[in-house]
Design a protein around this ligand. Structure first.
Ligand SMILES: NC(=O)c1ccc[n+]([C@@H]2O[C@H](COP(=O)([O-])OP(=O)(O)OC[C@H]3O[C@@H](n4cnc5c(N)ncnc54)[C@H](O)[C@@H]3O)[C@@H](O)[C@H]2O)c1
Length: 249
């Protein structure tokens, strides 16, 4: 990685080469825009039919490998991966969750994250100071009724983070996760207000996160300021879970 930032910089180094998955999504778009703004070279990937530089169904391991190879070729190397691709709206009560749908959710939300990281590993190792940030969810730690597959997959991502961080530290690769609660992306803004209000009742800050607040944390984790941080899951949740008594209201 071309590192022109001081060691404490909260911004990624200029011209850092970054692959962003889920680049056409609410959060993905904001991530790509912010990375470009701070001077990174970015390739975004999203599923076929979506607006992204590269398209691939990342749940198909062969397609994931090809997408990463194409990104590395285009960028002429790789310093960072941000895994924001995900399926966020498969909703069934657990008693009747179709197994096929469960498998598909896990394939996109967990296996694809691993497939992308594995395919990126040689290029990240060559960079020597590289980093992966996976986007998990508070569903991983708190559970999310109606979304057992999503919660299980996002919890799997946290196990993956700790394991890859341990395995790949010697190769100069840091691996972390952001763990957001509700983010004000088009998907969330399109939720029925009654559902959103019920979820926000458990959030002392009483509001959802802005995409910029999540993006800022991802940029920090990619930056030299987080150079000694690996294997961590950083919650961005407006204090959710800190006020279960309801006395904050
Ligand atoms: N919005 C929230 O409140 C929230 C909260 C916590 C975590 N997250 C996580 O943040 C990330 C982005 O969420 P978002 O709100 O922007 O949702 P989104 O649906 O707008 O974005 C997800 C993107 O992933 C892409 N994608 C899905 N399946 C894919 C596949 N098989 N191959 C390639 N790309 C695929 C979609 O096309 C989409 O562009 C997700 O991982 C989500 O789980 C979101």
């Amino acid at each position: 990685m071309t590192d022109e930032s001081p060691a404490w910089s909260p911004l990624p180094a200029p011209r850092m080469k970054v692959l962003v998955t889920g680049a056409a999504g609410g959060l993905g778009r904001a991530l790509v825009a912010a990375l470009v703004e701070v001077g990174a070279d970015v390739v975004g990937v999203d599923r076929p039919g979506e607006q992204a530089e590269l398209t691939a169904d990342l749940a198909d391991p062969e397609a994931a490998r090809k997408a990463v190879a194409d990104a590395v070729a285009q960028l002429r190397g790789l310093d960072a991966v941000v895994g924001a691709a995900g399926v966020v709206d498969t909703i069934h009560r657990a008693g009747t969750f179709p197994l096929e749908a469960f498998h598909r959710d896990v394939a996109v939300n967990l296996v694809a994250q691993f497939a992308v990281a594995q395919a990126a590993f040689p290029a990240l190792r060559d960079s020597r100071r590289s980093s992966i940030v996976f986007v998990s969810s508070t569903a991983a730690q708190d559970g999310l009724p109606g979304q057992s597959a999503y919660a299980a997959a996002k919890a799997g991502v946290l196990g993956l983070v700790r394991t890859l961080a341990a395995e790949w530290s010697g190769d100069g690769i840091r691996v972390n996760a952001v763990v957001p609660g509700l983010i004000a992306t088009p998907k969330v803004l399109g939720m029925p207000a009654s559902v959103r209000d019920r979820m926000l009742a458990e959030v002392p800050m009483g509001r959802v996160a802005s995409p910029a607040e999540v993006v800022g944390t991802v940029l920090y984790l990619l930056s030299p300021a987080a150079g000694y941080t690996t294997g961590q899951a950083l919650r961005l949740d407006g204090g959710a879970g800190l006020a279960r008594t309801g006395l904050h209201r």
